[in-house]
Design a protein around this ligand. Structure first.
Ligand code: APR
Length: 308
């Protein structure tokens, strides 16, 4: 039997993720949104591409949560974009309410699912999805680190003129401005990046990675990045559905790992059919630990502002 993946929020990220999952034939898909007709239209459109992709998955668009029942994976991409005049805190509270309501609807219908959270502020929304679902924390994962790592790998590959496939990077900490990119964990086919380019250049690439979300927003004028976020969802869905045991940077619940407890933060994990099957703990230098702790404190201070 095919796996079932429900995507909650059929906007740019959600619909593009549905398209990628359908193209690769990984699972049957339910695309949910509160806007009437929109998910149905997008699902029908994607279904009609399936014969051309030689894919036999089913894609159903819906406004009824009951259609998401018994999903293997639930992807939460629902949320509001940041509008002019809206503070980071306003966005936080608005999306917190959305993720709370979505999770309370989906978790009972798919009690054995693994949840992937995309909505921003991602580490906090992942925490909310975990708390509201009551799921084992290993079955809830945030997508940010997969995306941040892909972004850094892209810039390193562009700089060196090598395939991005040969570049590896592990990302720690909070998604977005608070990400922790450690030069010591960036390699090109196993070669430490600092043996190939200067530390100053590495810092410049890290700086651009940290701000590329905003760079894309200012180029697009409306909306935010969605192709790479959707591709990040695809990688995580594939790892879970195909039990690939991929080593990825995901937002995971920390219970003492890296000296932190009670927070979801980006760390390297093994992702497979049981969700986050293991958090990989690395020995960090004092300076690296300080960066990580700073990022953790910043995510914690935002978490303290939300009522769950
Ligand atoms: N339930 C379900 N869907 C909802 C809800 C809700 N309560 N509230 C909003 N939505 C839907 C919207 O109708 C919209 O179709 O979520 C969708 C969001 O889509 P976009 O606005 O296109 O946003 P997108 O670019 O896909 O980003 C989604 O991911 O990267 C993050 O910051 C981004 O939080 C945002 C999320």
């Amino acid at each position: 039997m095919k796996a079932k993946v429900s995507i909650i929020g059929a906007g740019n990220v959600g619909a593009t993720a549905a398209q990628l999952i359908a193209y690769e034939g990984i699972a049957d898909i339910v695309l949910f949104d509160i806007i009437e007709g929109m998910p149905q239209g997008k699902a029908l459109d994607i279904m009609q591409a399936c014969p051309l992709w030689e894919s036999s998955v089913k894609v159903k668009g819906t406004n009824n949560y009951s259609d998401t029942a018994n999903s293997d994976v639930v992807v939460i991409t629902s949320g509001l974009p940041r509008k002019p005049g809206m503070s980071r805190d306003d966005l936080l509270h608005a999306n917190a309410e959305i993720v709370k309501s979505v999770t309370s609807e989906t978790s009972g219908l798919s009690p054995d699912s693994t949840v992937i959270v995309v909505s921003n502020l991602m580490d906090l929304m992942t925490y909310i999805a975990w708390k509201v679902s009551g799921f084992d924390p290993h079955r809830v994962a945030g997508m940010g680190g997969v995306l941040d790592s892909a972004r850094l790998r892209t810039f390193v590959s562009m700089d060196l003129g090598v395939s991005p496939d040969d570049v590896e990077a592990i990302v720690f900490g909070g998604h977005g401005d608070q990400m922790v990119l450690l030069p010591g964990l960036i390699t090109v086919k196993g070669i430490p990046i600092t043996k190939l380019i200067s530390e100053k250049r590495v810092d410049e690439l890290i700086h651009r990675t940290r701000h590329v979300g905003a760079e894309i927003v200012s180029l697009l004028k409306t909306g935010s990045a969605y192709y790479a976020p959707a591709a990040s969802v695809l990688q995580m869905v594939k790892a879970i559905v195909h039990n690939e045991k991929r080593v990825l940077s995901c937002s995971a619940y920390l219970d003492g790992e890296y000296g932190t407890s009670g927070l979801f933060l980006g760390v390297p994990v093994i992702l497979g059919e049981k969700g986050i099957e293991k958090i990989i703990e690395l020995e960090l230098t004092d300076e690296e630990k300080a960066h990580f702790n700073h990022s953790a404190a910043s995510v914690k201070s935002l978490l303290d502002k939300i009522k769950i």
